[in-house]
Design a binder for this molecule. Structure first.
Ligand code: F3S
Length: 387
C-alpha cells in the first residue's frame, strides 16, 4: 500500500507510539485486503465499548493509548446506562470497569454518545458520498444503504486507529465495484412497519454477505429501513442494500428471491412469544424520536407488569424529555448508552421478547437466553396491563 511521506513517518513511529500502533493496524488491514492507499474519513464510530465484550484485556489496550481523534468520532453502546446502571441491576464491579472504558475512550477524543444510531443525533457526521469508518453493523448498513455514504464494517481497533489517523484503507465498500447488487429481492406484500425486522431477519439468512436490491410496493420509512438493515446485518452480514427504484441494477444472472407475507408469517410463528417471556426490550437499533412517540402512545393509561426496557441514545432522550416521562409513567424504563444485547443485565432473564430482527438473531448467542419476536404493539401488550 502506498503511504504519503507523513503517513510513512507516522508508521515508523516518528510521530509517537500511539500513531505508530494505529498506522500498523491500518497498514496491516490495507495489505490484507489489497488497498492501494489510505483515504480520509469524515467520521468514525467505535465499537468494542461494553466491558462484557472487550473485558480486562480490551480496557488495558485502550488505557495504554495516548493521542486524540482527528475527526468526529463517537462510541457504540456500552454495557450499561452510564447514569442509571443500578436500575438495570448492574453490579458495581462491572460498572467501575465500564466507566473506566468510557473514560479511556473519552481521553482519546472519542465522544461518549454510546449509540448505534449516530446518524440520528449527528446527521452531519455522514452525508451521501462521504467515506467513513464505522463499526456497528446496523450503523454501517444504514450509512451505506440509506445515507449513501461508504464504510466497511470496522472492528473496534481499526475504527479507533482510523479516528486517531483520520484515514482508512481504500478497499471493500469504499470502492464502487464492490457496491453492485448481487441479489434481487422481490417483496410481494403490503408490509406494515413491524414486518421490516422480520423481513431483514429472513433475507439476511438467505443472502449472507451479499448486496440485496429490494423492490417494494411502497417506499419504506426511515425507521423501517433502520430495522431492515440491522436485521440483515445480524442474521447474515449484509453491509449494503438498495431499496430505491433508481438504484443500480443487479447484473444478469443475479439470484432472485421472492418474499411473501406468508413467508414472513411463518418466521413470526416460529418466534412467537409464550408464557416464558420475562422481559420485553425494544430499541434495537436505538429508538428514534418517532419510535419513542409511538411507544408513549401505546403505553398511555397502562402499567407494566413485566420488565419493559426501551433503549435509545442519550442525545435522543434528552431531546424528548416529555416522551420519556410519559413512557416511564407506565413503569417502563428508558435506558440510554446501552442496549439489551451488549449489557450483561439481560443475562439474568429466561426469555426476551423484542420487536427487532437484529435482537432476535443476537440475544440467544450473546445473552444466552431465548428470544421471541412481536410488533411494538405486541411487545407493549405482553409487558402491560390496563391501569
Ligand atoms: Fe444497537 Fe445494540 Fe441493537 S448496539 S443495533 S441496540 S444490538
Amino acid at each position: 500500500m502506498h503511504l504519503s511521506r507523513e503517513e510513512e513517518r507516522a508508521y515508523q513511529g516518528d510521530l509517537g507510539e500511539t500513531l505508530r500502533r494505529a498506522m500498523e493496524i491500518l497498514v496491516a488491514l490495507g495489505d490484507i485486503y489489497g488497498a492501494d492507499r489510505l483515504i480520509p474519513v469524515k467520521s468514525v464510530q467505535v465499537a468494542g465499548v461494553s466491558f462484557k465484550t472487550i473485558g480486562e484485556a480490551g480496557l488495558e489496550w485502550i488505557s495504554d493509548l495516548r493521542g486524540k481523534a482527528v475527526v468526529p468520532s463517537v462510541l457504540n453502546p456500552a454495557g450499561m446506562d452510564l447514569r442509571r446502571w443500578q436500575d438495570m441491576g448492574i453490579e458495581e464491579k462491572f460498572a467501575k470497569k465500564q466507566i473506566q472504558i468510557v473514560e479511556a475512550y473519552s481521553r482519546l477524543g472519542i465522544s461518549p454518545d454510546c449509540t448505534c444510531t449516530p446518524y440520528q443525533i449527528r446527521p452531519d457526521s455522514a452525508r451521501k458520498g462521504d467515506h467513513l469508518a464505522w463499526s456497528e453493523s446496523s450503523a454501517v448498513s444504514f450509512a451505506n444503504s440509506v445515507i449513501g455514504a461508504k464504510t466497511n464494517r470496522e472492528g473496534g481497533p481499526s475504527a479507533l486507529a482510523a479516528a486517531l489517523v483520520g484515514k482508512t484503507p481504500r478497499y471493500g465498500y469504499h470502492l464502487e465495484e464492490n457496491r453492485v447488487p448481487t441479489f434481487k429481492i422481490a417483496v410481494d406484500a403490503d408490509l406494515d412497519s413491524s414486518d421490516f425486522g422480520i423481513l431483514g431477519y429472513t433475507v439476511g439468512r438467505e443472502v449472507g454477505e451479499g448486496v440485496p436490491r429490494f423492490s417494494f410496493r411502497r417506499r419504506p420509512k426511515v425507521d423501517e429501513l433502520k430495522a431492515l438493515g440491522a436485521a440483515m446485518a445480524a442474521s447474515g452480514s449484509v453491509a449494503l442494500y438498495y431499496f430505491e427504484e433508481d438504484a443500480p441494477s443487479a447484473p444478469k444472472g443475479a439470484e432472485e428471491i421472492s418474499v411473501t407475507l406468508k413467508d414472513l408469517q411463518q418466521v413470526r410463528e416460529e418466534n412467537a412469544p409464550d408464557n416464558d417471556v420475562d422481559i420485553v426490550a425494544v430499541g434495537c437499533p436505538h429508538c428514534s424520536p418517532k419510535e419513542l412517540e409511538d411507544l408513549a402512545r401505546l403505553l398511555e393509561g397502562k402499567k407494566v407488569e413485566r420488565e419493559l426496557w426501551i433503549c435509545t441514545a442519550r442525545g435522543i432522550a434528552e431531546r424528548c424529555p416529555k416522551l420519556v416521562e410519559k413512557i416511564e409513567r407506565s413503569g417502563a424504563k428508558v435506558f440510554c448508552d446501552t442496549c439489551m444485547v451488549v449489557s450483561p443485565a439481560s443475562d439474568r432473564y429466561k426469555k426476551m421478547m423484542v420487536n427487532s430482527g437484529k435482537a432476535l438473531a443476537y440475544v440467544p448467542g450473546l445473552c444466552k437466553i431465548r428470544a421471541a419476536y412481536g410488533s411494538s404493539e405486541e411487545c407493549v401488550k405482553a409487558a402491560t396491563r390496563r391501569n
